[in-house]
Design a protein around this ligand. Structure first.
Ligand SMILES: CC(C)(COP(=O)(O)OP(=O)(O)OC[C@H]1O[C@@H](n2cnc3c(N)ncnc32)[C@H](O)[C@@H]1OP(=O)(O)O)[C@@H](O)C(=O)NCCC(=O)NCCS
Length: 182
């Protein structure tokens, strides 16, 4: 069985940028925290439903000490002069057998380049390989980009609005077009 901890692919976005997607490692913690400190209020608000710039010890444990079984994180990086720069990431957390909640972040400068869609493709493929049949997400209702990424993902998507948030449910189509390129 495929081990998500070993996930690694290279992708070319629609603007020609080459990005690497790989499993998050413990040593990514510092760079991800630094990105969070510099993210726009809009990005933080849409990710955390609050302008959250710092993580407590407990939150850091949750976000970075992942087991790659019930909690899987893929990050996207670009390489310049041998050094990696974090561009974004996607995670799923198993909430009950066969079901997982997904969440995404793309750094401000890289939004609208197609990275969200690429992350969605791969996190969905990894989740399916791990036996997940349903993905869910809680999204602010004005988050047009995230909702569009879900709608274009090839999954059977339903959305239920509840005040300022939208609860999205995604199921894999019977003849799954989500071929993992792992
Ligand atoms: C939401 C978020 C992850 C989307 O990432 P992104 O890299 O900007 O998304 P993409 O560029 O892949 O997709 C969004 C765009 O592509 C379009 N799109 C996506 N997949 C597509 C497809 N297969 N075909 C056509 N259009 C597509 C969308 O309509 C949208 O258009 P836009 O360029 O005008 O925004 C990013 O904006 C972000 O990090 N936002 C802040 C945090 C957040 O909202 N997280 C979600 C909480 S779960």
């Amino acid at each position: 069985m495929f081990d998500p901890k070993t996930f690694h692919v290279t992708e070319t976005l629609h603007d020609g940028s080459v990005v690497e997607l790989r499993a998050q490692k413990p040593e990514d913690r510092k760079a991800i925290i630094a990105e969070m400190e510099h993210a726009s209020p809009d990005t933080l608000y849409h990710r955390f439903f609050a302008v959250k710039r710092h993580l407590s010890e407990k939150e850091q444990h949750y976000f970075f000490d992942v087991d790659f079984v019930n909690h899987v994180v893929l990050i996207a990086v670009t390489k310049a002069n041998g050094a990696e720069k974090i561009l974004g990431g996607a995670r799923y957390v198993v909430t009950e057998p066969g079901k997982a909640e997904v969440a995404f972040t793309v750094v401000d400068a890289f939004q609208h380049h197609g990275l969200g869609a690429v992350l969605m493709h791969h996190i969905a493929a990894v989740a399916r390989d791990a036996g997940i049949t349903e993905l869910v997400a809680e999204v602010l209702a004005d988050n047009v980009s995230m909702i569009a990424v879900f709608e274009h993902s090839g999954m059977i998507t339903t959305a239920r609005r509840d005040g300022a948030t939208v609860h999205v449910t995604m199921r894999y189509p019977a003849a799954a077009g989500l071929t993992s390129r792992i």
